[in-house]
Design a binder for this molecule. Structure first.
Ligand code: BES
Ligand code: ZN
Ligand code: ZN
Length: 477
């Protein structure tokens, strides 16, 4: 979708369709009130009425909030894409809501047709914003242009992540994920280092190697970096990149295995974040590490009862091969901290089903030791339109990971609080000096959806991108 801003009154802009938002209160004095009421339109949220004879689409909205503008715009653009119009125009609804409208357009118009033999092509190609408010006042178009270019970068990076996540496990193997990272590096002028199994062996990353051992698609460790000249901060991002999670020998059930191509969403998210940061030219050095691995079964598979030595020297008793993400992250977190001395380290992972049980399927779990830092993230995510909630640590939960055989067990001895015990497992691989600078994001629920909601269609959601850019702009610039 081409989205542009035109410095002209809405009425003078040439477009085939106009999209207008009205509240139930505004309906009373609307020029097409009779027609709209006749169609049963009450201007309630998500209600849409298209008056084709007036080339007008009227969208109900209960109140002017970012949240409702974003999802209602997404809803409206999806409907408009089913018509044969090629262009749509809309006015401003206050400078503070402009970003939400743009995000609604770009995120809402996202389609993924790679696997359709006859993809449905929409005729809608242009969306034009006027700098004029509905009441006729003009907004500063220089300010609006800045909001537009930033929102386009962030929303397109989110769509980039969605498309990576939506690739089948056959099309997005660890090797292909590494090639994708190299292509991104070339395009965006990033540095890129890839380790293959030999490289992982040299680095003594036994845990990550073990998880990938039964797969015919060998693992890759990806390190992308964006290095502006005099950065204000250095940030390390680590992503779980399980291109497929069958569960390994602790095999998943048939139903739970479906959708497990999305277990790479954390790795895809960190690639999307570094893409956005580099295009926004933020003055922050960012390192994105991805542990790209496939968790499969076979004669060579790692087993419940194995003991693995992670890169930082800690030994791990494997009691369940389906708790593989934490094993990969144990090594990648250790590697990242050894290679880069940073101000913060954040990891993104579709780590536990338990996170979804705790917070529901739309919300990212935020975990870590630093209360202030976690709060900053909750606020940034809310501001950005992503849902997140803190899941608190305590010393009793930490003890549930004790192993009689090794330093730590890869699963908890009790079946409750699984998202937190998984994060507390990762805590074993965070260096002492980074404890207060680390936040773990469990995106198991938020990274993927099988039913459309908010600005999301079926598939990957791009969780992590919008909230991370928001936090970085607010706290590192
Ligand atoms: N990738 C899964 C977690 C997951 C589940 C993500 C559902 C998205 C949707 C992870 O590797 C896993 O299997 N975790 C286990 C941990 C358990 C064995 C301790 C889980 O959540 O059941
Ligand atoms: Zn698993
Ligand atoms: Zn997994």
């Amino acid at each position: 979708m081409n989205v542009k801003l035109v410095n002209a009154p809405l009425a003078t802009i040439d477009a085939q369709l106009t999209l207008e938002f009205i509240t139930p209160q505004q309906l009373v004095s609307h020029p097409h009130k009779e027609l709209l009421l006749q169609a049963g339109f009450k201007a309630e949220d998500e209600q849409l009425c298209t008056l084709h004879e007036h080339r007008m689409m009227v969208c109900g909205i209960n109140e002017f909030s970012d949240e409702l503008f974003r999802s209602n715009t997404a809803n409206a653009i999806k409907t408009a894409m089913n018509y044969t119009y090629s262009s749509l125009k809309l006015a401003q609804y206050g400078q503070i809501h402009f970003r939400a409208l743009i995000e609604g357009i770009i995120l809402g118009s996202y389609t993924f047709n790679t696997y359709k033999s006859e993809p449905k092509i929409s005729s809608l190609v242009d969306v034009i914003f006027s700098n004029e408010e509905r009441d006729g006042t003009d907004l500063d178009s220089a300010v609006l242009e800045k909001i537009l270019s930033k929102a386009l970068i962030v929303s397109k990076a989110t769509n980039f992540v969605r498309t990576l996540v939506n690739q089948t496990p056959y099309d997005m193997t660890p090797q292909i994920m590494a090639v994708t990272a190299q292509e991104l590096a070339k395009k965006n002028n990033l540095e890129c280092t890839i380790l293959d199994v030999n490289g992982l062996q040299d680095e003594q990353m036994e845990a990550m190697i073990a998880v990938g051992r039964a797969s015919i698609n060998p693992p890759r460790l990806i390190h992308l970096s964006y290095k502006p000249k005099n950065p204000k901060k250095v940030i390390t991002l680590v992503g779980k990149g399980l291109t497929y999670d069958s569960g390994g020998l602790s095999l998943k059930g048939a139903t739970s295995m479906v959708t497990m191509k999305m277990d790479k969403a954390g790795g895809c998210a960190v690639m999307g974040i570094i893409k956005a940061v580099s295009e926004l030219k933020l003055n922050i050095e960012v390192h994105a590490f991805v542990g790209a691995v496939e968790n499969m079964i076979g004669g060579n598979a790692y087993k419940p009862d194995d003991v693995l030595r992670a890169k930082n020297g800690k030994t791990i008793e494997v009691r369940n091969t389906d708790a593989e993400g934490r094993l990969v992250l144990a090594d990648v977190l250790s590697y990242a901290q050894e290679k880069v001395k940073s101000d913060f380290i954040f990891d993104y992972a579709t780590l536990t089903g338990a996170c979804m049980v705790a917070l529901g399927p739309y919300t990212t779990g935020v975990m870590g030791h630093n209360v202030t830092l976690k709060q900053e993230w909750i606020e940034a995510s809310e501001e950005s339109g992503e849902y997140s909630g803190v899941l608190p640590f305590n010393r009793h939960l930490k003890k549930l990971l004790k192993s009689d055989l090794a330093d730590v067990s890869n699963v908890s001895s009790k079946p409750y609080g699984g998202a937190i015990t998984a994060a507390l497992f990762l805590d074993n691989f965070i260096d002492e000096n980074m404890k207060e600078k680390w936040v773990h994001f469990d995106i198991a629920g938020s990274a993927y959806t099988e039913s459309a909601y908010d600005v999301h269609t079926y598939g990957g959601t791009g969780a992590g991108v919008r909230m991370s850019v928001e936090w970085m702009i607010k706290h590192c610039q």
